[in-house]
Design a binder for this molecule. Structure first.
Ligand SMILES: NC(=O)c1ccc[n+]([C@@H]2O[C@H](COP(=O)([O-])OP(=O)(O)OC[C@H]3O[C@@H](n4cnc5c(N)ncnc54)[C@H](OP(=O)(O)O)[C@@H]3O)[C@@H](O)[C@H]2O)c1
Length: 339
């Protein structure tokens, strides 16, 4: 079976092209997967535009997340069989334990080729079974944004019922964090640039909503809504543009998970509030396979399903990425790799 991949030949959306992909038979510990769906992450857009790693070697196949069916396995493979429904793991060799100095080198769609393709050859360590009953599109949304939200709030944060969580915007990471926080009995405050998206977030379980365009000093509103206490956890996807206000909005002894750069990077941040309020500031970089397995159990038990904004065929990947760039989406954007 011949495969097709979306290849980035030079930085920029106009330098993506669909090209044939030749794949060898699986080696002893390798697995060939017929990929059906992929999802977009803000990171993929940054990789393609050259803002993620300007020194990125090209050409490269982008793509961090995908799901599909195992079609061939190597002679030493034990965890998977032909016909299994699987998703990729963002890090192809982070099985368990803390992140290691070499972990970042195995990230799909950056240092190694990613999954915007109709087939991919994975090491056995690079896959996990999809949650039961999930479609390919749903399963393809999990590896990067869902696991990042899970790692922050549950693995690092030990979130528990009655605590307060602040989420910034209604992108992929934030809406998974919303569902995970509600499944743990937390109170959720969420910001957005759009009242319509905030209304949708309420139907997903958000308790309090703030429009960060019409309320630019949203930290004050967080204080008002929490009786001047501040929140226990902030899933910080904004970066330099939002971190100063997040440092104000968090309660003394609270947690800020530094995850994204949607609102910029590279600026100086005053560290004084971190010490004065004894804040836990924790970087989060996706997660391990063991964390993913615990997340899948929670997804299963709580009947969680991802919020999918829209689905585009692989042939319209550029339009899908432009849609992400516009920030008009709510939740995850999916690529149908079979259309
Ligand atoms: N560290 C990690 O392991 C990891 C993993 C996944 C993602 N990330 C990073 O996390 C960030 C989010 O990723 P994503 O895939 O969820 O992105 P996304 O789906 O593209 O999120 C876009 C949304 O973010 C919101 N946003 C943009 N600027 C904002 C601001 N100044 N304040 C508040 N919200 C703002 C907007 O929501 P509204 O339209 O509602 O305003 C926008 O629609 C990215 O920087 C990504 O690179 C990091």
């Amino acid at each position: 079976m011949s495969a097709t991949a979306l290849r980035l030949n030079a930085f920029g959306l106009d330098n993506l092209s669909l090209e044939p992909l030749a794949l060898p038979d699986p080696g002893p510990t390798e697995i060939l997967v017929d990929l059906h769906a992929a999802s977009l992450n803000y990171r993929d857009l940054m990789v393609i535009l050259g803002t993620y790693n300007p020194k990125q070697a090209l050409p490269r196949i982008p793509g961090s997340d995908a799901a599909g069916i195992v079609t061939a396995i190597g002679s030493a493979v034990t965890r998977f069989k032909v016909g299994d429904h699987v998703t990729s793991l963002f890090f192809q060799d982070w099985l368990d334990g803390p992140i290691q100095p070499t972990t970042g080198k195995s990230a799909l769609g950056g240092p190694i080729d990613g999954v915007f393709s109709t087939q991919h050859l994975f090491p056995e360590t690079g896959l996990i079974h999809a949650p039961a009953g999930f479609t390919h599109a749903e399963a393809a949304t999990l590896p990067c944004s869902a696991l990042t939200a899970w790692n922050a709030l549950v693995e690092k944060g030990n979130l528990h019922a009655g605590q307060t969580v602040l989420l910034l915007g209604t992108g992929g990471v934030s809406l998974f964090a919303l569902q995970i926080a509600k499944a743990h009995g937390a109170r959720v405050l969420i910001t957005s640039s759009s009242d319509e998206k905030l209304a949708r977030a309420r139907t997903l379980g958000a308790d309090d909503v703030i429009n960060y365009r019409t309320t630019p000093d949203w930290d004050r509103e967080v204080f008002r809504l929490t009786a001047n206490r501040g929140v226990d956890h902030i899933v910080e996807v904004g970066g330099a543009g939002t971190l100063p206000l997040s440092l104000k909005a968090v309660t003394p002894g609270g947690h800020i998970y530094v995850i994204g750069v949607l609102a910029g990077k590279g600026q100086l941040i005053d560290p004084t509030p971190i010490l004065a309020k004894a804040i836990h500031v924790q970087g989060v970089y996706v997660g391990s396979r063991a964390m993913y397995a615990r997340m899948n159990a929670a997804i299963d038990t709580n009947h969680l399903h991802p919020v999918i904004d829209s689905t585009f065929p692989l042939t319209q990947a550029r339009e899908a990425l432009t849609h992400m760039q516009s920030a008009n989406h709510y939740g995850k954007i999916v690529l149908n790799l079979k259309a």
